[in-house]
Design a protein around this ligand. Structure first.
Ligand SMILES: NC(=O)c1ccc[n+]([C@@H]2O[C@H](COP(=O)([O-])OP(=O)(O)OC[C@H]3O[C@@H](n4cnc5c(N)ncnc54)[C@H](OP(=O)(O)O)[C@@H]3O)[C@@H](O)[C@H]2O)c1
Length: 242
């Protein structure tokens, strides 16, 4: 299968967390900046064409759990995927298997980066939600019947969007689904010299009942660098990548 190279890039606390109070400490700032610069900065190490995000990450950061207002009487949309011309050099690849996200426009802005939203849906998503996306000029690809077929997503990103480098950008649930499927090539963790010990917050990898299990996976060290402000950049290859 033709697919992009996938790297999982995350800012992580010393206790393996990806959100929470550790981020509020001034000692976390350096790792936050390094995280951004490596994948989104002007002289980025990873020059990717898009980043994949889980539905919770999108709601927490961009759509804020707004319920989309749908027209149940919308005319039947054409079958298949929906493409639009993008003005931006990156896509924000949003996993939304049921069509829940309350988008208000077809771009997101993260730091100095603006990206076109690309929704990844399944066949079970309603006609009215697809019509809602079309009204906002939000492109979508349909990958799978009830659950998202990860191979099909990557094949379409390669074939229809010419992507050869894609960031797997969290959270922990979506990261683990790609790793369990053998579809993540590299791990890039920017470790913050902070922790908060919370048992309530998302970890960098989280299995989710019905989606993934806890089959162990091994990694091989590629590089470790100590950077400014006690941030450590750790890279691994994923041993089960196929
Ligand atoms: N520190 C960092 O670098 C960083 C980076 C990214 C995110 N985060 C944080 O991580 C937190 C969220 O992480 P999380 O692990 O709870 O959630 P997540 O991975 O963002 O989202 C999980 C949801 O995404 C959908 N999903 C995931 N895998 C899927 C698959 N294989 N197929 C179809 N749908 C799939 C499911 O939603 P549905 O069932 O509703 O469709 C699932 O419940 C956020 O607070 C965010 O800010 C931190």
């Amino acid at each position: 299968m033709e697919r992009p190279y996938i790297f999982c890039h995350m800012q992580v606390s010393l206790d393996g967390k990806i959100m929470g109070k550790f981020m509020d400490l001034p000692e976390s700032k350096g790792s936050g900046k390094l995280f951004y610069d490596l994948a989104f900065g002007e002289d980025a190490h990873y020059k990717h064409q898009g980043w994949i995000s889980g539905r919770t990450t999108t709601d927490d950061n961009f759509t804020h759990y707004k319920v989309p207002v749908l027209d149940e009487l919308a005319a039947e949309v054409p079958a298949g995927d929906f493409f639009v011309e993008s003005e931006h050099d990156k896509y924000y690849i949003s996993f939304d298997r049921s069509g829940k996200l309350g988008w208000e426009k077809n771009t997101i802005t993260y730091g100095k980066t603006t990206a076109t939203v690309l929704e990844v849906l399944t066949e079970k998503v309603s006609n009215s939600y697809k019509a809602f996306l079309r009204d906002l000029n939000i492109p979508y690809i349909i990958c799978g019947d009830e659950s998202i077929d990860l191979d099909m997503v990557l094949e379409k990103l390669s074939r229809d969007f010419n992507m050869d480098l894609v960031m797997l950008g969290g959270g922990g649930v979506i990261n683990w689904s790609f790793i369990q499927a053998g579809l993540c090539d590299e791990i890039s963790f920017v470790v913050s010299p902070t922790a908060d010990g919370s048992t309530e917050t998302a970890s960098v990898f989280d299995a989710m009942a019905g989606l993934t299990n806890d089959d162990p996976v091994a990694f091989t060290v590629k590089a470790v660098e100590v950077r400014e402000d006690n941030a450590v950049w750790m890279r691994y290859t994923v041993n089960n990548a196929r």
